[in-house]
Structure formats: C-alpha cells, structure tokens
Design a protein around this ligand. Structure first.
Ligand code: RB5
Length: 143
C-alpha cells in the first residue's frame, strides 16, 4: 500500500520520525514540508489530497493540532480525513468512516502514540454495509 505523508512546520520533526518508522514496512512518499521554516498548512493538505485521489492511496497529514490539515483536506470530494488523538479514534475512523486520510497532531500527541495510532489506522479494515450508505451521502449534502 502506497502512503503519502506531509506536514507543515508545526509537525515537521514528527513527520520525519513517522515517515522513517513506516519506511521499513510500507511504501512511503514524503511530500514535504522539508524544514521547520514557517509555512501554510493548506498547501500541504492540498498537495497530499491530490495524490491520494489520483492514486486511490492513503494519506497521513500532520500539523500542530491536526485540525487545520483535516479541515482543508475535507473540502475535497471523496476525501474522508479524520483527526485521531488515540488508537480508538483511528480504529473507528476506519471501521465506520472508511477514512482515507489520517490527520495527526505534532504538538499534542507523543511520537510513541503517533506510531500506535498510525499502525491501528493502517491495519483496520472498513466494515462497509450501513456505513457505506452513510458515506455515500457525503458528496450529496448540498452547499
Ligand atoms: C501552526 O502554528 C499551526 O497553526 C498549524 O500547525 C496547525 O495547528 C493549524 O491547525
């Protein structure tokens, strides 16, 4: 499974650590940012989402809180981005919401927990059934 990962400066170090952790077991493509220089999180969310959509892949986005990147990512159709602060969030976002972008906080979540959340996210399947019916409604809610 190909995984795209990106962050703003607020989670640059955590993004580097997490990408290195995953590289041993997954195909990981790091889309940036590439330093701690201040930058704007919407540009990284957009860059990642475009790749996830084009390749029907999985994405991991990080910013200081995880909130800004999730808000940006969810503006794109067929993107289901979930901010996950613990393993249960990650599990439910996959089981019930078929999340395809995991959003993480570099400032609120320890590196060890970021790894556990990511492992749970990547290993949990979507349940389908009634949950697919609900997801199908996402792109037809009007303005
Ligand atoms: C950057 O300081 C910070 O605002 C950003 O990383 C993120 O937390 C926004 O939601």
């Amino acid at each position: 499974m190909k995984i795209f990962i990106a962050s703003d400066h607020g989670a640059f170090n955590e993004k580097q650590e997490l990408a290195n952790y995953l590289k041993g077991k997954q195909e990981v493509v790091d889309l940036g940012t590439y330093s701690t220089e201040s930058t704007n999180y919407p540009e990284w969310a957009k860059k990642l989402v475009e790749k996830v959509k084009a390749e029907q892949a999985v994405g991991i986005l990080l910013c200081g809180s995880g909130i800004g990147v999730s808000m940006t990512a969810n503006r794109f159709s067929d993107i289901r981005a979930a901010v996950c602060r613990d393993e249960d969030d990650a599990k439910m976002s996959r089981l019930h919401n078929n999340a395809n972008v995991l959003c993480l906080s570099g400032r609120r979540t320890s590196l060890e927990l970021l790894k556990k959340i990511t492992d749970t996210f990547l290993s949990t399947p979507f349940e389908g059934g009634r949950h697919q019916t609900r997801i199908d409604m996402f792109n037809n809610l009007g303005e």
